[in-house]
Structures are given as C-alpha cells and as structure tokens.
Design a protein around this ligand. Structure first.
Ligand SMILES: [Zn+2]
Length: 564
C-alpha cells in the first residue's frame, strides 16, 4: 500500500503517520487492560459492596496494576519480527477468555488450560455460538484489523531494545509502587476473592501456559515410575474358581445433587433404585472428586497418590490398571469421550470415535449406549489377542462415558429417552430458563441410569462373578452463584462441582467369591470417601494384593476376611 499517491487526503495522511513502537504497544496494553478485562472489572465491582471514594481508589489502583503488568508482559513479548501476529493472537486470547468467563463463570488456571488443549472437535463444536462469533468479531476482528494496518517507525535495534526494556522496568516499578500504596485493600480483595487472580487477561493465560509447559517438560524428562511390582492375585493360582469380570464406569460431569439415589427430588435413577431395593447395590452418599475437570480427575482416580500428592506431583507413575494387568488380569478401556488422559496407555483400549452405528451414533457422535453394544465383541477380541491357552485371572473393563458433558447436555440423550421436557436445546445456557437447563441435565443423568441398568442386566448373563462400580469424575454448576459448567480451581470450587455420585453393584457369585459379610459392604455407604479411595478399594474388589495398597483408604477393608 503506497501512501504517496495524490488521492490520499490530509486526514488519511495524518492517520498514517507511523507510530513509535512503544506508543503502539501502550495502546494495545490499554485496550487489553480495559475492554479486554471487562469480566474482571465487573466481578471486582460486584464484590466491592460500598461504592465509596475508597472503593474507587481501590479500583483505580487495580486498573493501574493490571495496566502496568500488561505493559511489562507486552514489552517482553512483542518485538518487531512478530509484532502484528502477536498482537492479534493476544486479542484473540483475551476475547475468547472474556467470553468464557462471562458466559460460564469459568476462570483460566493451569488445569483449565490443559483441559482446553486436550479438547476435541466435538467439544469445540458444542461451544460454538453466534454470540461467541459476535464477541470475536468485536474483540478481535475490529481491533485486530486496526492493529495490523498501523505503520510503525523502524528504530535501530539497540535503541528499540533499550527503550522497550526500559519501559518494562518503568512499568514494573509503577506496579510495585501501586501495590505497595494500596497493599491492604489489594491483598484483602485478592485473599477473599481468589478467583479474581485467574481473571486477569491475558496474564492468566500466559501464566497457565508457562506453568503447564514447565510441568510437562519436567514430566517428559522423567522416566515412568513403576508401582505395585509385587502385585498378585489373592486367590491361589490354579484354583478352579471362575474368574471375575468387573466393569468400572467412569461417569462424566454428573453431580450428586441431581442423582435420584442421593435424595434428589426427581427420581433420575429409577433402575439403580430398583437394584438398591433388591439389596444388590450400594450408593455412597458422601463422595468427593479429585479435581473439578476431567483432565485432573480421571488420571487422579486411577493413581495411588491421592488428590493432594497427585496435584503436586510431576513424576509420571503407573496406575491402577497397570497393577491389575501385572497381577494377570485382562484390562480393557472403552472410550466414548476425548480419550483416557494417559490412564490406558499400557492396556488394551478402543474408542467409539470412528463408529457409524445408525442407532447409537445418528449425528456422528455416539450416545454412551454404544459402549455396551461393542463390549462383547471387544472382550472376545481381547481374549483372543491374549492367547486362548493363557488363563487370565479376571477381567476389568473401564467404560469412559460422555455422560453429562456440557454445555450441550441435550446432545447426550437419545430422542426416545427424554423424560423431562422442555429441554434447553442451546449451548448458550444463560439464554435458557434454569428449569429447562435442569430438565436437559436430568435427562442425561436418567440416561446414565439406563446405561448402568443395562450394564447390570448384561453382567447378570455372564457365567462368572461380576461387579459394576460407577463413579463420576466431577460435578457441574448449573447457574448457582452465577456459575456454569465446571473447572473452578479446587480450593474455591462450589460443592456442586466436587460432590459426585458413586455406586457399587455385586452379583451373588461375586459376593460369595469375595467372602464378604452379606451386609458389611452396604454399611460403608455413609462414610466420607473420595477419589483417593478408588485405587485401594478396586484392588480389594479385584482381589489383587500389593504392598502399595493402604488399608485406611480401602472402603471395604472392614469387610475383607482374608488372611494376610
Ligand atoms: Zn469430566
């Protein structure tokens, strides 16, 4: 584009005067700080209750802190070679973050970041909407177009380096001075409203990305730690007992609050209730999840570490499935979601992603029922692959559900399985009345109940001891406190996101084989347990012994009558 042509008006020429690189950087910093952080300012406004002069001064101080922090970040990140694309990328990051924070009340922390990076096409498609497009057009299209077109002065390299780093130092000093001056106000706000710190755009994303990268780099350099190398079956080898089949159902986004068996006003789990009434099923009333998203919860559920150690841990470890396999069991992971998050790396696994079943996968995405449809065939394949001559000591199958994955809950239930109407048939949850959202969510819970009922019916046809353990990976917010979906940092997560349902069904032959007291296992249901207990309790259920098992974390320790 040439500027010397005669038809350029004086006004145009004025606009086209090249920017000093630092001035342009400051314009971007101002945009990101103000419009790019609208959700932060709104949240901050909402938590400051008396709007006095002090409040205003506090807000001004916060704006100055965010502005100077953003300026430091931009001064360090944005350099001539990639100035334009970097600016557009930052605008995109900030607009997308703001959209999700405002729409669903989520915040951006390292685990949310990991979740985002591991998402698949289905999940992204579920989130797309016209209002998202509008936000991106206004927050990226317009400013991005402006940013891209601005001419910038070319400064000698050393001068630019000196000036830009100088700006970073000045901004840092300004930030420190303002923090110091407003320390009391600033620290109490940050302490009382921890989620605010994950709302500062785009610093939250850069911080989360850097933490994640550092963690992954550290993890990639460490060798896999073997655990449970002493694992063996409790039943003596060669004993002519029939080998057990255990199905672990890993639920998705089901919260206990909407689970019929948990005392919810609606009976969303009639089939499980029937099993419970017949004394075949135990429902655990007080179960906490390890994380508030799949990325953390699923690997943590299978880890021996427990929540606290797991979230601090950087070393890759083997998990429960590796131990079961080492003890001689056949292990199969069937996935109807976005993968097993590393849990099934060393065992047999199959995904439903490519299946074209007209009944279960009508729109290209499969309902969870598909897993039961393919299970017998997959099990036969597994047995064949393991060699017909080799006697296995049992089989463990994991069914990883799509469950109640949001926000498009309506996509989780087949049309003929919907019991609560009308549904919210949009991914823009706040556009729907709360009752419609709850109807849609409850339909998906009801469908999970159906799946679990079907699983038990199928297990009852198997000529061997069988068991089914169901547990959800984390809960969900359905508009309580203005929050939707899940993924809140654990320390500030509401109970809706961490209180999950868990149920155990045992066949009569299984009860006999375990040798448990007939009522003991059903008496454990009121104990406060968590995902921390799964590793240790499933070992008992599978009759595998290892010194890695901690009896105090075994839900069924009181019922086992085994001799040491
Ligand atoms: Zn999940």
């Amino acid at each position: 584009m040439t500027l010397q042509t005669s038809d350029v008006s004086p006004a145009d020429a004025a606009v086209r005067r090249p920017w000093h690189p630092l001035s342009l950087l400051l314009v971007l910093a101002l945009w990101l700080t103000t419009l790019g952080n609208l959700p932060l300012w709104r949240a901050l406004w909402a938590v400051t209750d008396h709007h006095s002069l002090r409040t205003w001064l506090g807000l001004v101080a916060m704006v100055l802190i965010v502005l100077s922090a953003t300026t430091v970040l931009l001064s360090l990140l944005v350099w001539p070679g990639w100035r334009k694309p970097a600016g557009v990328l930052l605008l995109l990051m900030v607009a997308a973050n703001s959209y999700f924070m405002q729409t669903y009340g989520v915040v951006i922390d390292p685990t949310m970041m990991a979740n985002t990076l591991q998402t698949d096409v289905r999940e992204v498609r579920d989130l797309l909407s016209w209002s998202m497009l509008a936000v991106l057009a206004l927050g990226v299209g317009l400013p991005g177009w402006w940013w891209w077109r601005q001419p910038v002065q070319k400064l000698p390299v050393r001068r630019l380096l000196g000036r830009q780093l100088g700006l970073a130092v000045l901004a840092l000093l300004l930030m420190l001075v303002v923090v110091w001056a407003s320390f009391q106000e600033f620290s109490s706000t940050m302490r009382n409203h921890k989620s605010l710190r994950y709302m500062v755009n785009p610093i939250n994303t850069v911080y989360a990305g850097a933490r994640l990268l550092a963690g992954q780099t550290a993890q990639a350099q460490l060798p896999l730690q073997r655990i449970g190398e002493d694992a063996a079956m409790m039943r003596s080898a060669g004993a002519a007992l029939p080998t057990p089949l255990i199905v672990l159902v890993v639920g998705e986004t089901v919260r206990a609050a909407n689970f019929g068996l948990a005392g919810y006003a609606r009976d969303t789990t009639p089939q499980l209730r029937q099993l419970q009434d017949r004394g075949e099923l135990a429902y655990f009333t007080d179960v906490s999840s390890c994380g508030t998203n799949t990325q953390v919860s699923v690997p943590c559920m299978f880890s021996h570490l427990g929540r606290e150690a797991y979230t601090k841990n950087n070393t890759p470890h083997e998990n429960l499935l590796d131990i079961l396999q080492r003890a001689g069991m056949q292990v199969l992971w069937l996935d109807n979601q976005s993968g097993c998050k590393g849990v099934c790396d060393r065992v047999a696994s199959a995904s439903t992603l490519e299946l074209k079943d007209p009944t279960f996968c009508p729109g290209g995405e499969c309902f969870d029922g598909i897993m039961l449809r393919v299970l017998p065939e997959r099990l036969a394949q597994l047995e064949k692959a393991n060699g017909a001559g080799k006697v296995s000591t049992g089989t463990v199958v994991v069914l990883h559900q799509m469950g109640n994955h949001g926000p498009a809950y309506y996509k989780r239930t087949p049309a003929d399985m919907k019991v609560y109407e009308p549904e919210c048939r949009s991914n823009m949850l706040q556009d729907c009345p709360v009752e419609h959202i709850v109807n849609t969510y409850d339909n998906a819970v009801h469908y999970t109940d159906h799946l679990l009922g079907e699983t038990v019916r199928w297990l009852k046809t198997q000529p061997r001891p069988t068991a089914m353990l169901y547990v959800s990976d984390h809960g969900e917010s359905l508009g309580e406190k203005g929050l939707y979906l899940h993924g809140m940092p654990y320390m500030m997560a509401p109970k809706e996101q961490t209180h999950v349902p868990m149920a155990l069904w045992l066949s009569k032959p299984m009860q006999l084989q375990l040798g448990w007291d007939a009522t003991c296992w059903k008496k454990q249901v009121a104990n406060a347990v968590s995902h921390d207990h799964l590793f240790h309790s499933v070992l008992t259920l599978a009759q595998v012994k290892t010194r890695w098992q901690q009896p105090e974390l075994d839900v069924f320790a009181a019922c086992s009558v085994r001799s040491p």
